[in-house]
Design a protein around this ligand. Sequence first.
Ligand code: AMP
Length: 404
Amino acid sequence: MSTFEEMKLDPLIMKGVEKMGFTKPTPIQEKTIGPLLKGRDVIGQAKTGSGKTLAFSLPLLHAVDPKSRQVQAIVLAPTRELAVQIAQEMRKLGAHTGVRVVAIYGGQSMGGQREELRRGAHVVVGTTGRVIDHVKHRSLDLRSVKFVVLDEADTMLDMGFIADVDYILGCVQGKKQVCIFSATMPQRIMDLSRKYMIDPERIMVNSDEPSVETLDQYYAVVKHEEKLGFLTDLLQRERPPSAIVFRRTKHGADRLARDLHQKGYQVVPLHGNLSQSQRDRYMDAFRNGRADVLVATDIASRGIDVSQVALVVNYDVPVDPLIYFHRVGRTARAGRDGKAYSFVSKEESGDFGRILKMTKAPILPMRPEDKLHTFVPGTSVHGGGGRRYRSQGGGRQHGRNRYR
Ligand code: AMP
């Protein structure tokens, strides 16, 4: 279904969609909303940025009866940030329906959430640990749930939440519609689907590739100790309104954030050693533009929806190529332009070679000297044939137009 009108959604939900300014469904929405409205179970392979939140939220809101006081739908997310974002988006979409959406997650007092639940929740969006806490304290009754969503299921399983997910699904009695969204489809997800889903419709939106049309990807071969200077040069030149710089370790993220701060950048870190209130404060600063650079580790940043990230930098190359696609997928979202740069030290060239092999999209050398054929022996390292690269003379100085 290529328009929202064809989906025949409740007009009150459509009002929310229109208010949010969405006029045309994204590919994942085109494919999933129809089967979900018909009551089918769905496994959707889609990354953050594809519009998956709306893809499950519209049919979920459609299925909920606001006149009943029972909890009818539950959405499980791997991180608090993602749970909050989903709840916010769903509240906006359902603003005219009378459906009450409550977010419950760790790091906040149980009491306040208990009160929210007591006042009536039709939809609960939460992280697994806290959902279980509320079930055990009898402040949340899942028996009448008829719509279950597992969002970023692969991350939830990576973070060790499989037993939690199992427990929660076990609390839901009777017939339920189950919808799983995941960027990758490891065996454990298929096992989970066999256990809880009936003849699910499997939907893929061109695997985990970033949207090539609007994302420009580059790499540079840089000695480890030169990366900081290279990064500040890049930020100086590009002056992105917002940038996420990825590091492999918490310690590395912290140190880089400190170094950038000392150089005068408005920068915030995001990693697992921060308290929830620090994370909230820093994310707020980044979202509101008080900080323009976020230095993050992979786990801490999973699921974060910051619209309009102009630039992603892989300060360290991830060992797992899929993480590369997750990282660069933070930019160029929903049709917007974005750029991703990877700084590759000699030691990381093997890891980067695997990324180059996996992607059909061109990742171009930033400078002539970066064109390392050693990455993928015998083949061109920039599969796109130098689509955008325009050399403006040799040397190491970087002119602003050198990259486009
Ligand atoms: P998600 O993949 O759910 O994190 O969504 C990524 C971004 O796309 C969010 O900022 C959404 O608000 C936005 N979005 C979702 N659906 C649409 C649509 N149909 N048209 C334009 N933007 C959308």
